[in-house]
Design a protein around this ligand. Structure first.
Ligand SMILES: NC(=O)c1ccc[n+]([C@@H]2O[C@H](COP(=O)([O-])OP(=O)(O)OC[C@H]3O[C@@H](n4cnc5c(N)ncnc54)[C@H](OP(=O)(O)O)[C@@H]3O)[C@@H](O)[C@H]2O)c1
Length: 258
């Protein structure tokens, strides 16, 4: 494999390619000669990406992962040149709100579960049989450090990411004997649109999350993923957790009466 050919001949399906990690990985794969099916809800972002990339290696599809019929139709109607998906970057996801469980919005909880769990599961269910029939594939499920380390206000978001971790390991168990790799990719703080979404568009609140720190960038994430997509095909990265150096752990919180 030459330095820049790692993606040649590979077709990646990316959920959440309109910003952040998904967009950065899509750009890296295209730059290395691979094909990308870039999906997301925002049609204007997809159109801008298609115009900027201006390559037949990019197919953009408007897709809401919380709508199972859209997923089924998208996979059933892929043009022949994009049907043999090699890489599934199961990335579409979001955190909504930071309130304690007793104050949080039930609608926000439902949306996180529908996107981070059901959306990821439905995409896997739609794409995995093709990978198995071709006996080839890479599934990268985007979890989070929030799936391992609890924090106040992380309630349902962290729980959805714990699901991603265990689902990924269970897929490995089912896929024994097949040439299909599965990775649970679990990053820490990364500056994308993530916090703006979490704080319902409040840019000032989002900016505070990253103030005076050096968080990961979306391209740091894409570079890390490129690293394990480049590994020889018999190596499976089961779980990978990355953080910026400026982020670490706190002691347990103890409530004291006085
Ligand atoms: N940034 C962090 O600090 C961090 C840390 C750990 C894990 N993560 C995880 O990383 C993943 C990517 O996040 P990001 O940081 O890149 O955030 P981002 O910039 O907000 O990107 C999220 C992407 O998900 C898509 N998306 C959301 N809901 C969707 C839906 N119902 N259907 C289809 N696409 C949907 C969005 O596209 P549309 O709005 O156009 O649909 C967008 O492209 C998420 O799963 C997130 O939980 C992020």
């Amino acid at each position: 494999m030459t330095e820049n050919s790692w993606a040649k001949g590979r077709i990646a399906f990316i959920s959440g390619a309109t910003s952040g990690f998904g967009h950065a990985l899509a750009r890296r794969i295209l730059a290395a000669g691979g094909k990308v099916i870039a999906t997301g809800r925002r049609a204007d972002r997809l159109a801008a990406f298609a115009a900027e990339a201006a390559t037949p290696n990019l197919l953009t599809l408007q897709l809401d992962v919380t709508k199972p019929t859209e997923i089924t139709a998208a996979i059933a109607n892929l043009p022949p040149a994009f049907q043999a998906i090699d890489i599934l970057f199961n990335n579409a996801g979001l955190a909504l709100g930071i309130k304690g469980a007793h104050e949080a919005s039930l609608q926000d909880w439902d949306t996180m579960i529908a996107t981070n769990i059901s959306g990821l599961v439905h995409l896997t269910h739609a794409i995995l049989p093709g990978m198995v029939s071709r006996n080839r594939g890479d599934i990268i499920n985007v979890g989070s450090v929030a799936g391992s380390y609890p924090y106040p206000g992380g309630n349902v978001y962290g729980a959805t990411k714990a699901f991603v971790h265990q689902f990924s390991l269970n897929l490995r168990a089912d896929l024994l004997g097949k040439n299909i790799r599965v990775t649970s990719f679990e990053p820490g703080m990364c500056e994308t649109e993530f916090s703006e979404v979490r704080f319902a568009g409040d840019k000032a609140a989002a900016a505070k999350v990253y103030a005076s720190a050096k968080p990961l960038s979306a391209d740091d994430v894409a570079l890390t993923i490129e690293g394990f997509l480049r590994l020889p095909s018999h190596i499976n990265v089961n779980t990978i957790e990355i953080m910026p150096v400026c982020q670490a752990f706190s002691p347990f919180a103890v409530h004291r009466e006085n």
